[in-house]
Design a protein around this ligand. Structure first.
Ligand code: 4AD
Ligand code: MG
Length: 432
C-alpha cells in the first residue's frame, strides 16, 4: 500500500491511518526504551516518538543510530498533543534512511557567525535562518500585493546598464564587448521611463554597490523594490511609503507569528508603529545629533552612527527630509522655496535599524536637469534617453527605493542584515 505523504505545515488534524513524512533529522534524544526524533521537512518541525515496543529491538537499535541531518522518511500515525508547539506528534512505525549523514558541523549549541557564514549552504537549515528567509519571502510577496492593489505595474529594470545613478564610487564595472558597463546600483532611471508609460510602476530585483564599508547594514548585492509614480509630489510619495510600511508590518505580525517567535523577536515595538510617521528636516536632525555631541555642521553627512542615534531617538519610523543639494543624487528636485535643499526623504526605522528607504521628487524640467548633470560631471550623451523623458510630456514625479534586507532585518530583529539574504555578498564574502 502507498502511504500518503504529508507536509508538516499541513498537519492540522490527527491521522489514524499511516502516513509518511519526508525530511531530515534535526535532533534525537534517547530515553531508555523511547526516543524522540525532531523531524524537519522545510515546512515545519514535528516530534516523532519512537518506542522499542512498537518497532521491535532491532529497528529501535538501527533508528537510534540515525545521525543529525540524515535524510529520512518516517511512517506512522499523527496524534494530538497539547504540549507540542504545533499541537501534534507522530508515533513512529518505520523509518527509511535515504542517506545517513556524515558528522554534521553545526551542532545545536551556539557557533560563531564567522564559522557559520563559511557554511552558509548548511546554515540555511537552522531554525532561525529558516524563519528569516520565510519572512523575507512573505515580505516580498506582500510588497507585490500592496503595489498591485495600489495600481502599480511591475516593469523590470535591467541589471546590466551603462548609466551611473547613485554616484560613481560604488560601481561594479565590467567589460561589455569592449564597452564599459556596470551592474545596476538602482533601477530608478528606467522606472522614470516606465512611469511615463504606465503611470505607476515598480521594479524589484538585485542591485549592486561596491561598498567599501564594512557595516551591519551594507551588502554589495542586495534586493531593492523601487516604485515610481507619475503626477506625484514629495508629500504623496511619503504617504505611499507610510501605507506600504504599515501594511508590511501588519502582514508580518499576522502571518509570521511562528517565525517571529523562533527569532525571539520582541513584538511590542512593532505593534506600536502607526501613521503618520514624523517628518523632520535635515537641519533639525543636525540639532538632535549635536545634543549627542556629534559636532555636526550644515552639509555634513548622516553617517551610520548618526542613523543609529536618530533611530533610537524615535519610537516611530521617521522621515529625514530636505537634505542639502550637494549631498544627494543628481536627479533630485530642489525645493522651490529653499534651493539649498532637495525634496528628498530618507526613512529611518526605529530600534537602531537606520535607513530603510531613500526617496525623492525628481527633476522634471529639462533645463534644470541639464544644469544639474553638468554640475555633477555627467555626460549628456550617456543619458540621452533619460533626458528625453523631460522633452516628451514631462510631469512632476516621485519614487523611492526600499532595501529588502534592511526591512527584513528590522522585522526579524537581527544584528546584521547578511542573515536576511540567502547567500550574502559583502566586501569580504563571495563564498559560498
Ligand atoms: O538610498 P538609496 O541609495 O536610493 C536609491 O538607490 C534610489 N535610486 C531609490 C529610488 O528612489 N528609486 O538606496 C535605497 C535603499 C536604502 O534606503 C537601503 O534600504 C537600501 O536601498 N540600500 C542598501 N541595502 C543593503 N546594502 C547596501 N549597500 C545598500 N545601499 C542601499
Ligand atoms: Mg540612501
Amino acid at each position: 500500500m502507498m502511504e500518503k505523504t504529508i507536509l508538516i505545515r499541513n498537519i492540522r488534524t490527527p491521522f489514524e491511518e499511516t502516513i509518511v513524512l519526508k525530511g531530515w533529522l534535526h535532533n534525537i534524544r534517547i530515553s531508555g526504551k523511547i526516543a524522540f526524533l525532531i523531524l524537519r521537512d522545510g515546512t515545519g518541525y514535528i516530534q516523532c516518538v519512537l518506542s522499542k515496543s512498537a518497532v521491535g529491538d532491532e529497528s529501535f537499535e538501527k533508528y537510534t543510530k540515525i545521525s543529525q541531518e540524515s535524510s529520512i522518511q518516517v511512517y506512522g500515525t499523527i496524534r494530538e498533543d497539547k504540549r507540542s508547539p504545533i499541537g501534534f506528534e507522530m508515533d513512529v512505525q518505520k523509518i527509511d534512511i535515504i542517506q545517513q549523514a556524515e558528522d554534521y558541523p553545526i551542532s545545536l549549541k551556539e557557533h560563531g557567525v564567522g564559522f557559520l557564514s563559511n557554511i552558509r549552504h548548511l546554515w540555511l537549515r537552522s531554525p532561525k535562518q529558516r524563519a528569516l528567509l520565510v519572512i523575507r519571502d512573505l515580505v516580498a510577496l506582500k510588497i507585490r500585493e500592496f503595489l498591485h492593489n495600489e495600481g502599480f505595474t511591475c516593469i523590470d529594470s535591467p541589471i546590466l546598464t551603462g548609466s551611473a545613478a547613485e554616484g560613481t564610487t560604488t560601481l561594479f564595472e565590467l567589460d561589455y564587448f569592449g564597452e564599459k558597463a556596470f551592474l545596476s546600483q538602482t533601477g530608478q532611471l528606467y522606472q522614470e521611463a516606465a512611469a511615463m508609460a504606465f503611470g505607476r510602476t515598480y521594479c524589484f530585483g538585485p542591485t549592486f554597490r561596491a561598498e567599501k564599508s564594512k557595516t551591519r547594514r551594507h551588502l554589495t548585492e542586495f534586493w531593492m523594490v523601487e516604485p515610481e509614480i507619475a503626477y506625484c509630489d514629495f508629500e504623496e510619495n511619503m504617504a505611499i511609503q507610510e501605507r506600504m510600511i504599515l501594511f508590511l508590518i501588519h502582514s508580518c505580525l499576522e502571518l509570521a507569528g511562528t517565525e517571529l517567535k523562533t527569532l525571539e523577536r520582541d513584538l511590542s515595538p512593532l505593534t506600536k508603529i502607526k501613521a503618520p510617521f514624523p517628518r523632520v528636516k535635515y537641519e533639525e536632525i543636525l540639532q538632535i545629533l549635536n545634543q549627542h555631541d556629534r559636532g555636526k555642521q550644515w552639509g555634513d553627512d548622516i553617517t551610520g552612527l548618526d542613523e543609529t542615534i536618530i533611530s533610537n531617538e524615535f519610537e516611530q519610523p521617521v522621515f529625514i527630509t530636505h537634505f542639502p543639494v550637494e549631498s544627494k543624487a543628481f536627479y533630485m528636485k530642489a525645493d522651490p522655496t529653499d534651493p539649498r535643499v532637495v525634496l528628498a526623504a530618507d526613512l529611518m526605522a526605529p530600534e537602531g535599524y537606520g535607513e530603510i528607504i531613500g526617496g525623492s521628487q525628481r527633476i522634471d524640467s529639462l533645463e534644470d536637469l541639464l544644469t544639474k548633470m553638468n554640475q555633477y560631471g555627467l555626460k549628456q550623451e550617456d543619458y540621452q534617453w533619460y533626458i528625453d523623458l523631460r522633452r516628451f510630456g514631462s510631469v512632476p514625479h516621485s519614487g523611492y527605493g526600499m532595501g529588502l534586507e534592511r526591512f527584513v532585518g528590522w522585522m526579524g530583529g537581527i544584528e546584521h542584515i547578511r542573515e536576511a539574504i540567502p547567500f550574502p555578498r559583502t566586501i569580504e564574502k563571495i563564498y559560498p
